[in-house]
Design a protein around this ligand. Sequence first.
Ligand code: NAD
Ligand code: WQD
Length: 350
Amino acid sequence: MADLLEPVMKKKVIVTGGTGYIGSHTAVELIASGFEVVIIDNLCNSDVTVLDGIRAITGIKPVFYDYDLCDMAKLEEVFAAEGKIDAIIHFAAFKAVGESVRKPLDYYRNNLGSLINLLAVMDKHGTTSLVFSSSCTVYGQPDTLPVTESSPVREAASPYGYTKQAGEVIIRDTMAARADQKAISLRYFNPIGAHPTAHIGELPRGVPENLVPFITQTAIGLRDELKVFGNDYDTPDGSCIRDYLHVVDLARAHVTALKRLLEGRNRSNFEVFNLGTGTGVSVLEAIASFERATGIKLNYSITSRRPGDIEKIWADPSLANRELNWKTEITLDESMETAWRWEKKIRNKS
Ligand code: NAD
Ligand code: WQD
């Protein structure tokens, strides 16, 4: 009887990097699923107005701390102020592959320092569950496709990639030493697109390194043309192949992973899942999809290969399909359309 009279407490989740691209979409899905979201982000690659976008979609503006996760005293402050934290989803990281080659120590310090601090503070304050943003970059160029979670992890091609590999090892070893904690590492393939409301999306700083923001910025007139990096690969049309998934589908996977941990349905205290569509798409096919979805003819030309590019990779997502009861639902064309809607919104064009 006493139980019935107790208020139903929402589970409280810290989302690090929650004003960033994937974190903001995940905050929306978490709120829609009844979680209380607390965001920690130092805004080094995002804007505080993203919180207004989250509120416009969900009606709720999450509690926000403009703190650097590498600052342990600030992290302690959050845990002291917020009381019981049920789980953490850790998105915050530097993510530019090229920059990581030029500034490796910045990447090791930020990406690994923040993770180590979080693991320490969660232990001290009794937080039991962690979801970590990993990447298909851990596989390098696989020998066999599609890639399963047991495909070998290859030597990282960049310091950024190494922070994901090392991050997974740090979490695995830490979980092995702690009986009461558990973690899931999600290896994302290529997230694209924006929220269909166009209230939140990707905000690349400077010239985008990623394909889809470069496509939309070209279409809107910010860039003269898209350069397709190589058409002499061993693929059907000669351009590289990736597995592009919509960011809202990706965000939903975090909710299901979190529930798995909180409900104790995990099979071990450190699990890894690939998150992709299971379909490989070439650069030229991605361009064709954008053109089909928007009716815009994209200005592009073929240029030489980009150093360090993987020729082809796509996911075998069947483990996530089965264990997380998750699969992608949004098509490539729809993804391109949302990316375009977002680009127009942020450039004030209808
Ligand atoms: P993003 O840059 O948009 O978001 C990351 C957020 O973390 C930013 O808002 C940034 O301000 C914040 N941040 C970084 N360091 C911080 C620190 N020390 N303290 C507090 N906040 C900090 O990136 P994203 O695309 O949303 O990526 C989220 C995560 O997913 C990252 O870990 C990234 O490596 C991983 N990932 C991204 C992709 C992709 O293609 N976008 C693919 C695979 C994995
Ligand atoms: C996709 C395809 C390019 C831009 C990167 C990171 C990886 C992961 C995802 C985080 C490639 C081609 C691109 C352009 C082009 N991130 N391209 N012209 O290379 O799969 O991976 O993001 O973990 O770690 O390395 O994504 O979007 O940069 O490129 O032709 O102007 O588009 O060559 O084939 P990528 P991308």
